[in-house]
Design a protein around this ligand. Structure first.
Ligand SMILES: [Zn+2]
Length: 422
């Protein structure tokens, strides 16, 4: 279960990082601080309302690759209310495992914040057999600096292939990674970027031969989903979260494959991003639906918060809305009383939700969804909602009764699946 916690940004100033690493910038007290191996100063100030609200703590956490049960953690921090604060505490899954003080100051951070950042580094112990939530707190009030996730060393995770396709790793061999392709076949891929875990996994619905809804203006749901997912990932990364996408190109991913990727990454939140089609009646408010896993209270809460943000974002663009009785937050069950949607049913260990923002089948809404400002507003609403889910215990709203609906419109399976080049 994800904690209601935050991590502050990860924005970087690559030039400062380079300078810091190369020059080992001396600070104003004449103490030389070697910044190599530490993260760079952030691009945005913490009180920039476009990025995040002002907080007591700002900084960055960098996790190394687990070696057995040990993980190296390093980073820097500033305490915005009290520059003298130099102590930190590291928690693993809610238990304090290390404390320390950081007298080392970094003037590259001072350039961004007006006060020197303090570097820290430690090696901590994590459970060997499970994914761990690692959080850093600073100062006497234990202000949260941020959190990240570490997977066990032997956790296989996923591979992002040289062609940019995310695939589940089932074995690591001398000649490369043994993976499961989107269509469920086995293949060996020599190299790629291995990702063990992430905080947020966004799943842009449909893709490839699975076209899904098309608006009266010709806007296709599969391309729209991907476009907004990329914007949402960027907005979340700007707030400091680690994010991955199940697809970054126009490939088809059957539902079991999407669920397998979520199970392989074990994110805090798995969000399948869609836009609706087929609504019937006119209504005087924007129609948006969010579906949650029926037995996960955190999926329900995340859905209620996201619904509030998405509804508010859409309301800024008044038009001739349409909708149906499922506009709101609900959970859809099959005849057995378990989750109807495979995205939920196949990921019992992962908090998962589905968003359906507006009705692409309605000409007026399809025109909105073609606009950059509307797509940015949707993406920003998602980032804001997820951030609020992490940071707060807000309950969300828009809840409707759960319902049973066994009608299957088809698609999402392996039929006629053609694997992309890896
Ligand atoms: Zn869809």
């Amino acid at each position: 279960m994800p904690p209601s916690l935050t991590r502050v940004f990860r924005g970087v100033l690559p030039i400062l990082a380079l300078l810091g690493a190369v020059l080992a910038i001396p600070d104003h007290r004449g103490v030389r601080i070697d910044t190599e191996g530490f993260a760079a100063a952030p691009q945005h100030l913490p009180n920039d309302p476009k990025v995040a609200p002002a907080t007591a703590a700002a900084g960055e956490i960098e996790l190394g690759t687990p070696e057995g049960t040990s993980v190296a953690i390093s980073g820097w921090f500033v305490h915005l209310a009290n520059p003298a604060i130099d102590n930190y505490a590291i928690h693993v899954n809610g238990q304090e495992v290390a404390t320390g003080t950081s007298p080392a100051e970094r003037i590259d951070i001072e350039a961004a914040y007006g006060q020197a950042g303090r570097a820290f580094a430690a090696t901590i112990t994590v459970p060997a057999d499970q994914t761990s939530e690692i959080c850093v707190f600073i100062g006497p009030e234990s202000d949260l600096l941020g959190c990240d996730r570490a997977a066990p060393q032997d956790w296989l995770g996923v591979l992002i292939t040289p062609k940019g396709v995310m695939v589940e790793i089932v074995a690591v061999r001398a000649n490369g990674y043994r993976v499961v392709t989107p269509c469920g076949n086995k293949a060996t891929v020599a190299d790629g970027q291995r990702v063990r875990t992430t905080q947020i996994l966004i799943d842009p619905g449909h893709g490839g031969s699975e076209v899904a809804s098309v608006g009266p203006n010709g806007l296709g749901e599969k391309a729209l989903n991907l476009d907004v997912a990329k914007r949402a990932a960027k907005a979340l990364e700007g707030r400091g979260y680690s994010v991955q996408l199940t697809r970054t190109t126009d490939v088809r991913l059957p539902i079991p494959t999407r669920a397998a990727l979520a199970n392989a990454l074990k994110p805090d939140l798995f969000l399948s991003l869609h836009h609706n089609g087929g609504a019937t009646g006119r209504q005087n408010y924007p129609g948006t639906q969010v579906y949650y896993q029926h037995d996960d209270p955190e999926a329900r809460r995340a859905s209620g918060i996201l619904y509030e943000e998405l509804f508010a974002a859409a309301s800024e663009f008044p038009t001739a809305w349409v909708g149906n009785s499922k506009d709101g937050v609900s959970t859809r069950l099959n005849a057995r009383g378990t989750d109807f949607y495979g995205i939920h049913r196949r990921t019992p260990e992962v908090t998962s939700i589905i968003t359906e923002f507006l009705w692409l089948s309605n000409a007026a809404e399809a025109r909105l969804l073609a606009r950059d400002d509307v797509k940015d507003a949707e993406a920003e609403a998602m980032a804001k909602g997820i951030d609020r889910w992490y940071r707060s215990s807000h309950k969300g709203s828009g809840y409707l009764p759960e319902f049973v609906d066994t009608f299957d419109s088809g698609g999402g399976g392996f039929e006629n699946c053609v694997d992309p080049a890896l």
